[in-house]
Design a protein around this ligand. Structure first.
Ligand code: GAL
Length: 941
């Protein structure tokens, strides 16, 4: 181990050149950087980094133009990194086939991260979990021998193939080569199986593939796993990470539950590596179908203050990844069926429709603070001052003496107390479930902060003075003490602030209310404009770095970036309403999105002007639906001679088939969506019952016909894993055969369409979960000795949309989901559908305002239907599944780029009905609209 670590240090130092990277993220200014770390933090070119990452899954946002939008929003909240799983399944529809183009262009993703200025924690698995089908394992791996997530040769050969494709892309984007990738994460919560040779091979393979940044892994259950303290053998990673989800995932409990999964204090597991919170809960999967708004409440602003912010001081973590920063969409058959439905919104700070929530602004308050005080990158736990009725904890930077004090109120009622800090006594009131990190003994720009009961948002040196923003809960008392060599001159520009100077300390007392402004000059220091706000008024500030220093902006809905040149501060910014904008910049003029803004100079020395809001958006009504029933496969005379004969007698699944032949769809190369079966047998006329078993994964179903007569449907099974104990007859359906349906001595045809809802994950690394079959697992007709089967699934991999977009419905096989399909001969929709599969299609034109980001969704009114389910296609992209058995979701986001914002669009709905039904059609809604945005090119068909 020692030798390996020394070698690594050598490699890292050889790879490094010169140049400094700012705390705010990677810079393209110098080609390559040196990465190192110690027990306190990561370092780039010797500069300590406080890594504040937001988890982002490119595969859940199939419009590369929008990647930049989300990444810029993360950056604008003060995150300086994203953490990214790379999904093997998303890139590989079949062994040896890999696609990194279009919506799969991860090189573009990493370039975008570089351009935006975000570090990347690269997480290529091979196992990623993430509520993805198979936990990221391609379904074809089910047919590869050898236990997955082990050093078995069969599995090893398969994942070597994946790493050989993904590693070179990641490697060329490492910080050490001038890129953004700062950490490489092997495996995912690999705590159940303990195959050290496998963990070691993942790291050795990465090194061989050119990965020279530090390697990490995220542990869940035994924090010490895969650290040197856990075992002296191979497999340990240099920087172990730990996952923490203190609030769990029962979103219905929002408001009543507080940390059922522990205190959420990330453990230190190695003395020679920083504390890394590899996944810190920032939202939740919706395990109890409460809807994601409830998940956002469960993990809302109080949680975000109390847990992740508190954890910073309690654990000293200097690298944190917040899971998720933006969740996105389980489009196509990407999702794992047990825990999620189409939306993977996650209750994250940025919604699936890319809108900023209240929680986003809490992350922003924290993110700006973390970047404002470099002393936080090196701290030790220290004695904390006591505040009666409140919990306190402290950390101190050993070099600067700067102290960080956590003050928390775990009760639901407000608590008022006093805190001795910096030699003074601070009056404090904390609302229920609130937490603050207070500072003492800090150099902030040209100022010296003795202590404050207000939290620091940011400080910016603008035009020869410091502009510092402090904040607290509205209506609570605030005190700030600053040190001066001599008495300064204090001018209160706005608000009620009392000041007193004695013995070098300037003491300011105030109540947090609105935005007070205090100008302090003289006293032997650089001038200071102190802005004293509330949580809300502080969070209105945007900070953007420019080559000539930072810019602060207030009044816009977002600031994406800024430059200052020739006296003009040019902002790329979004507005969601017309209103005032205030800019603190070393500039005389302001331009926003390329247009000059008429401004005046305020008493605060800022520039103030007015900005227009977004233009009104009128969306077209969706009408003109056409309708066509399909499922000719149900008819006895249907020609299935080109379908695959299903006659296997063995399978690698740990689940034994209930009858032979093996009918598991993966055995015949059909891995996603619906699969058709046709079985022939010679009847006697005496048959009474068809008995079927199908495993679909949770939320799935299947429909059955005999000689063209619909016999009924059944719910598909879930089998033999920790979510569903072994069931001798999973997904059972018994269907009575009507008298006279089978003529004696003739061939009868049984037709079955089974939905595959995606594969289970393999979280426990024991194969039985992800290798669980999909499709029919048992089929018999009483008195019939043999049924001859054929199977048909997806006809081909869609070259643009990929292998997870389509299943094998007739309409999917014949292009009914695609925009170019000629449906003119289809009759006008009646919306009445018979049991089976029926398609509805319509088109609509859009001409959304340009230079404006309008997020559009499709909405079904009322509760999701019980007896039919819908697969939704926008321009051929499978963007959702709707139905009561699937989930509570009624809004489906239509991402710009897939949605032709200025052109024609085609919507198709495949309706799978268990009973005669009347189908509700959806309408378009605006999920958010801002002037600004980023250009989003159409994703080519
Ligand atoms: C973690 C896992 C993630 C994701 C998360 C829940 O345990 O590492 O991949 O599944 O739970 O959303």
């Amino acid at each position: 181990m020692r030798i390996r670590r020394v070698l690594l240090a050598l490699v890292l130092s050889l790879a490094g050149l010169t140049g400094l990277t700012g705390l705010a993220g990677p810079s393209a200014a110098t080609p390559a950087h040196r990465v190192a770390y110690d027990r306190y933090s990561l370092q780039v070119d010797g500069r300590r980094i406080l890594l504040q990452a937001a988890e982002f899954h490119y595969f859940r946002l199939p419009s590369p133009g929008l990647w930049r939008d989300v990444l810029e929003k993360e950056k604008a909240a003060g995150f300086n990194a994203i953490s990214v799983y790379f999904s093997w399944a998303f890139h590989s529809p079949a062994p040896g086939e890999y696609d990194f183009t279009g919506v799969r262009d991860v090189d573009r993703l990493l370039r975008t991260a570089e351009e935006v200025g975000l570090y990347v924690v690269a997480r290529p698995g091979p196992y990623i979990n993430a509520e993805t089908s198979g936990g990221g394992f391609p379904a074809w791996l089910k047919t590869v021998p050898g236990r997955a997530r082990s050093s078995d040769p069969g599995y090893t050969a398969a994942y070597h193939e994946w790493l050989a494709h993904i590693d070179p892309i990641i490697a060329r984007h490492q910080v050490t080569r001038g890129g953004s990738v700062l950490l490489y994460n092997v495996e995912n919560e690999y705590a159940v199986n303990t195959d050290a040779a496998y963990m070691q091979d993942l790291q050795d393979t990465a090194r061989t593939d050119g990965i020279d940044v530090p390697i990490t892994t995220n542990d869940c259950c035994d924090a010490a796993s895969w650290s040197s303290t856990w075992g002296s053998g191979p497999g340990a990673v240099p920087i172990p990470g730990v996952d923490d989800y203190p609030q769990s995932f029962q979103c219905r409990a929002a408001g009543t539950t507080w940390g059922p999964w522990g205190a959420g204090v990330t453990e230190r597991v190695r003395d020679d590596a920083p504390v890394f919170a590899a996944e810190y809960q920032a939202g939740a999967i919706d395990l109890d179908n409460a809807g994601y708004d409830a998940c956002r409440d469960l993990t809302g602003t109080p949680y975000t203050k109390y847990f992740p912010k508190g954890n910073l001081i309690l654990s000293g973590a200097t690298a944190v990844n917040h899971y998720m920063g933006f969740g996105g969409t389980n489009w196509g058959w990407l999702g794992q069926p047990n825990d999620v439905y189409t939306s993977y919104d996650y209750g994250a700070a940025i919604t699936e429709a890319r809108q900023l929530t209240a929680k986003y602004f809490e992350y922003k308050r924290q993110g700006y603070f973390l970047q404002a005080v470099p002393a936080l990158t090196k701290t030790d736990a220290s004695a904390a001052p006591v505040a009666a009725g409140l919990e306190t904890a402290a950390r101190t930077n050993p070099d600067t003496g700067t102290q960080f004090v956590l003050v928390r109120n775990g009760s639901t009622a407000p608590v008022s107390s006093t805190l001795p800090l910096g030699g003074t006594s601070l009056a404090l009131t904390l609302p229920g479930h609130d937490a603050k990190v207070l500072l003492s003994g800090a150099d902030l720009g040209g100022q010296r902060l003795v202590a404050s009961s207000s939290e620091l948002l940011t400080t910016a040196a603008v035009g020869g003075r410091d502009v510092t923003v402090l904040y607290g809960s509205p209506g609570t008392p605030g005190t700030t003490v600053l040190r001066y060599p001599s008495r300064p001159s204090v001018r209160v520009l706005a608000g009620a602030v009392r000041s007193a100077y004695a013995n070098g300390d300037l003491r300011l007392d105030y109540e947090h209310r609105g935005l007070a402004r205090v100008s302090i000059t003289g006293g032997g220091r650089r001038p200071l404009l102190l802005l004293l706000g509330t949580d809300d008024t502080a969070a209105q500030f945007w900070r953007a770095g420019t080559a000539s220093g930072p810019v602060l902006v207030r009044g816009t809905a977002l600031v994406r970036s800024a430059t200052v040149a020739h006296g003009v501060a040019s902002l790329r910014a979004d507005t969601d309403a017309a209103g005032a904008v205030e800019v603190f910049a070393d500039a005389r003029r302001v331009a926003v999105n390329g247009a000059g803004v008429r401004t005046r100079t305020t008493a605060s020395g800022s520039l103030e002007g007015g900005l227009p809001g977004p233009r009104r958006v009128v969306l077209p009504a969706l009408n003109g639906w056409r309708q066509r029933a399909e499922a000719p496969e149900a008819q006895p005379g249907f020609d299935d001679s080109r379908w695959t004969v299903a006659d296997k007698s063995t399978s690698l699944s740990t689940f034994p088939p209930l009858t032979l032949p093996v009918l598991f769809s993966d055995e015949y190369g059909h891995h996603a969506g619906s699969v058709w079966y046709r079985g022939r047998f010679t009847g006697t006329g005496a048959e009474k019952t068809v008995q079927l078993n199908a495993i679909t994964g949770k939320r799935g179903n299947y429909l059955v016909w005999l000689n063209g007569r619909y016999l009924g449907s059944a719910a598909g099974g879930v089998q033999a894993d920790s979510d569903a104990p072994a069931n001798p007859s999973p997904g059972e359906g018994r269907f009575a055969i009507p008298g006279g349906l089978i003529e004696p001595g003739t061939t009868a045809v049984l037709s079955v369409v089974v939905q595959n809802m995606g594969n289970n994950d393999d979280w426990t690394a024991e194969d039985s979960r992800f290798r669980q079959p999909r499709g029919l697992v048992g089929a018999s007709v009483d008195g019939v000795s043999a049924i001859a089967w054929r199977i048909q699934g997806q006809a081909r991999v869609d070259p643009v949309r990929g292998g997870l977009n389509n299943g094998g419905l007739f309409g999917e096989r014949y292009g009914w989901s695609l925009p170019g399909y000629a449906d003119r001969a289809w009759p006008a929709a009646t919306s009445s559908v018979a049991p089976g599969v029926t398609w509805l299609r319509t088109g609509f034109g859009l001409d959304l305002p340009r230079g404006q980001d309008t997020s559009v969704a499709l909405r079904f009114d009322g509760a999701p239907p019980n007896r039919y389910r819908v697969i939704l296609y926008l321009n051929g992209w499978n963007l959702g599944q709707y139905g009561a058995a699937i989930g509570p979701q009624t809004d489906f986001v239509l991402p710009a780029g897939l949605l032709r914002q200025n052109g024609r669009n085609t919507l198709a709905m495949a309706v799978i009905a268990e009973e005669p039904s009347s189908v509700a059609t959806p309408h378009l809604v605006v999920a958010g609209s801002q002037r600004g945005g980023v250009p989003v090119p159409d994703v080519p068909d």
